[in-house]
Design a protein around this ligand. Structure first.
Ligand SMILES: [Zn+2]
Ligand SMILES: [Zn+2]
Length: 428
């Protein structure tokens, strides 16, 4: 099987699409499940990008803004020129090195991979320290490096890190171990995530909502725990990756991997406990915080339809085209004003730009977002509004059969209930 060809096509999917992007009114909200009237907006998704045009417009504006700072303008122009000449080409047209997919990605990727690996290991030393200041720093460092690891798995899934699919896979497996998601193979995680892009839907293999319908006690327990800010639904989704290969015949082929990883990780946790019970307890706390952060960003990226199907079972497309994809995608930035803060989540919040050009690496996404949407990015959801709805709808979100219908303007996120069970780490 020409796996590389398939995988390269996965990564460069959107570049290859020449489907027109008409300037039409787009409907928001989860159509299939909500049964409520869709909110029609006048939001116009970007037309098939003529990036030379975007580049010219962007440079004209930036020349005005940055007139007093020619050095910054030069830096901006060199980045935009580089991006602009490549956006309409396939990913393979970027200049690779023998190891990295792009020469310009050598330093960003080396630094973030080194920080993630070294920082995660160092965090255990800090968490085992005496007192409270160093252990508190250790918890934050552990959470942050696990967040980066999770989003580096996503980068590896799109083959944006290294030239070779095989090395992307190795990196993905290593990051998956750090993120605690290694009970499923990187290939399974990647397969379902590519389906998320291709099907323009949230495709989940474990029907946790069906489980809650069959077992009301489970639903009540999850709701009570979520009310108390314990991320029980996400814990359930992680645990099902471990247990289903043991109990579900169709999952039996994944058992060796799942069982071996369970033995390895339990052994390491045992060693950690023998060394420092405090470090073990704080690692558990860090993992709970990680699940909160990942769910917060996953919950509000889309108002897609959610399908519970087997990993290769097709879902009906129902006319979901690129217009639908952009209209039902939201960018959850840590900060719109200070883009550097989005590095905390490896720019994962630039989700409209990511869905528009899935092969663009994390470190190019802020520039791509500016190019595609400029200041008219209506699908950017302010962090403060999302935090409010995340808090208010935390119990409702457990059983809601639709993600809600975001509005426009102030308090636009109030009706955005959000989703559980859509993390690329646990949809397998
Ligand atoms: Zn997405
Ligand atoms: Zn993706």
């Amino acid at each position: 099987m020409a796996a590389d060809a398939v995988l390269a096509a996965d990564g460069a999917k959107n570049e290859a699409q020449d489907e027109p992007m008409p300037l039409v009114a787009a409907a928001r909200g989860s159509r299939r499940r909500s049964g409520q009237p869709s909110v029609v907006t006048t939001w116009t998704p970007p037309s098939t990008p003529d990036l030379s045009m975007w580049h010219r417009l962007g440079m004209r504006r930036m020349r005005t803004i940055m007139a007093p700072a020619p050095g910054m303008l030069d830096a901006y122009e060199s980045v935009i020129s580089f991006v602009g000449t490549r956006m309409s080409a396939s990913a393979s047209s970027a200049r690779p090195t023998s190891l990295f997919r792009e020469r310009e990605g050598v330093w960003p990727n080396t630094l973030v991979l080194a920080w993630t690996g070294a920082g995660w290991l160092a965090s255990f030393g800090l968490m085992a320290a005496t007192g409270w200041a160093l252990p508190a720093m250790g918890v934050l460092l552990c959470v942050h490096t696990m967040i980066l690891a999770a989003y580096l798995i996503h980068e590896a899934a799109h083959y944006t890190l290294f030239s070779s699919p095989r090395i992307n896979r190795w990196a993905g497996e290593a990051m998956s171990f750090i993120a605690g998601a290694s009970y499923a193979s990187f290939d399974r995680i990647r397969h379902l995530h590519i389906r998320h892009h291709r099907d323009r839907a949230d495709v989940t293999c474990f029907d946790f909502k069906g489980l809650m319908q069959r077992r009301p006690a489970v639903r009540r327990l999850l709701q009570a725990l979520e009310w108390a800010y314990i991320p029980a639904t996400e814990i359930l989704m992680h645990l099902q990756v471990v247990w289903r290969p043991f109990f579900v015949p169709a999952q039996r082929r994944h058992l060796p991997r799942s069982a071996a990883m369970l033995v390895l990780r339990l052994s390491l946790l045992g060693l950690l406990a023998a060394w420092s019970v405090k470090a073990l307890a704080l690692y558990a706390l860090a993992y709970v915080l990680l699940l909160h952060v990942l769910n917060f960003f996953d919950a509000f990226h889309h108002t897609f339809d959610q399908f519970f199907v087997a990993e290769d079972e097709p879902v009906p497309m129902d006319g979901r085209d690129r217009v639908y994809e952009q209209a039902h995608t939201y960018s959850n930035l840590v900060s719109h004003r200070f883009p550097v803060l989005n590095l905390l989540t490896l720019n994962f919040g630039y989700h409209n730009a990511h869905h528009e050009r899935a092969a663009v690496p994390w470190w190019r996404l802020p520039a791509l977002h500016r190019e595609l949407y400029g200041e008219r990015a209506l699908n950017v959801m302010p962090l403060a509004e999302l935090l409010r709805t995340w808090h208010r709808n935390r119990v409702k979100r457990v059983v809601a059969d639709h993600y809600g219908a975001p509005e426009t303007g102030a308090r636009r996120a109030d009706a955005f209930v959000g989703a559980h069970g859509v993390s690329f780490l646990t949809v397998v």
